[in-house]
Design a protein around this ligand. Structure first.
Ligand code: PEP
Ligand code: MN
Length: 267
C-alpha cells in the first residue's frame, strides 16, 4: 500500500487542515515533554510566531530509565489541547500503548509512534484499526528501510492510510552523537514509497548545535518537514534539554529555511 509503484503520486496527508507532503514543508516544534501549562503555552506562542504549523509535546514518555521523568500523562495532553485552543496549532504526541487510543482520538491531531515502538506489531495493528487521525511513524533505532516501510504497511493494511514517516537518526558505531542522521532516507523513501517523510534532527544528533545544519541539509535533500525540539529553558528541561533549541535559535533557523526553500520545490 505504501509502494510508489502502485501509487505514483506523492500522498498529501491532511492533519487537521495542515497539509503534509507534496510541495509543503511542514514545521513541527515544541518541547520533548510537556512540563507545565506555562511552559507549553509560552513555547507554542513563540514557535507559531516563527512560522511553525504544529506543536509537539510528549505526555507519555518512552524513557530508557524507569527512574527518569515519565511524562504528565492525561494532564499533559490536556495542556496541549489548551495550547491548541490558544494558538490554533494542531498537536502531535506519542501514543505508547493501546489503552490510550480513545484518549488520543479525542485530543491529538497527529499520533506519533515512537522509534521504540516501530515494531510493536500488535500496537501497529490497533493503530491501523482504531486511530482515526494521521499517524507519524518514527524509524526504529536500528531498523532498515524495508522494516520501516513494513511497519507503515501494518498501519495501512489495518485501515489507516494516513501515515507520515519520520527519520530520527539511527544507531551506528559513533558515540559522540546520540544517533547518526540518515539523510539518504529522504530520497530512498521517496523512491520506494509515496508517503511524506519528515526529519527530526533533534533526536538524531542529541546536541542543540547540530540541529541547525542538519535541518537545513534535510530541507535541501527534499524532506517534507522538520520536527524540532524547542524549550524555553533547556538547562532545566526534564527531558532532552541538551538537544533542545531556545525559541530565539529556532526563529533564526526558520528564517534561514524560508530563504532556502526559495531554491527547492517546497513552499
Ligand atoms: C520524541 O519524539 O520525543 C521521542 C521520544 O522520539 P524517538 O521515539 O524518536 O526517540
Ligand atoms: Mn525527546
Amino acid at each position: 500500500l505504501a509502494n510508489r509503484a502502485f501509487h505514483p503520486e506523492d500522498s498529501i496527508i491532511d492533519v487537521s487542515g495542515v497539509k503534509v507532503g507534496g510541495n509543503n514543508l511542514t514545521l513541527i516544534a515544541g518541547p520533548c515533554s510537556v512540563e507545565s501549562k506555562e511552559q507549553v503555552i509560552e513555547i507554542a506562542r513563540s514557535i507559531k510566531k516563527s512560522g511553525a504549523h504544529m506543536l509537539r509535546g510528549g505526555a507519555y514518555k518512552p524513557r530508557t530509565s524507569p527512574y527518569s521523568f515519565q511524562g504528565m500523562g492525561t494532564q499533559g495532553l490536556d495542556i496541549l489541547v489548551a495550547a491548541k485552543e490558544e494558538t490554533g496549532l494542531p498537536i502531535v504526541s506519542e501514543l505508547m500503548g493501546e489503552k490510550y487510543i480513545d484518549e488520543f482520538n479525542d485530543k491529538v491531531d497527529l499520533v506519533q509512534i515512537g522509534a521504540r515502538n516501530m515494531q510493536n506489531f500488535d500496537l501497529l495493528k490497533e493503530v491501523g484499526r482504531r486511530i482515526k487521525k494521521p499517524v507519524l511513524l518514527k524509524r526504529g533505532l536500528s531498523n532498515t528501510y524495508e522494516e520501516w516501510i513494513m511497519s507503515a504497511e501494518y498501519i495501512m493494511a489495518n485501515g489507516n492510510p494516513n501515515v507520515i514517516l519520520c527519520e530520527r537518526g539511527i544507531r551506528t558505531f559513533e558515540t559522540y552523537t546520540r544517533n547518526t542522521l540518515d539523510l539518504q532516507a529522504i530520497p530512498v523513501i521517496k523512491r520506494l514509497t509515496h508517503l511524506p517523510i519528515i526529519i527530526d534532527p533533534s533526536h538524531a544528533g542529541g546536541k542543540w548545535w547540530l540541529v541547525d545544519p542538519m535541518a537545513k541539509a534535510a530541507v535541501v535533500a527534499g524532506a517534507d518537514g522538520l520536527m524540532i525540539e524547542v524549550h524555553n529553558d533547556p538547562e532545566c528541561a526534564l527531558c532532552d534539554g541538551p538537544q533542545s533549541l531556545k525559541p530565539e535559535k529556532y526563529d533564526d533557523l526558520i528564517q534561514d529555511i524560508k530563504q532556502i526553500i526559495k531554491i527547492t520545490d517546497k513552499t
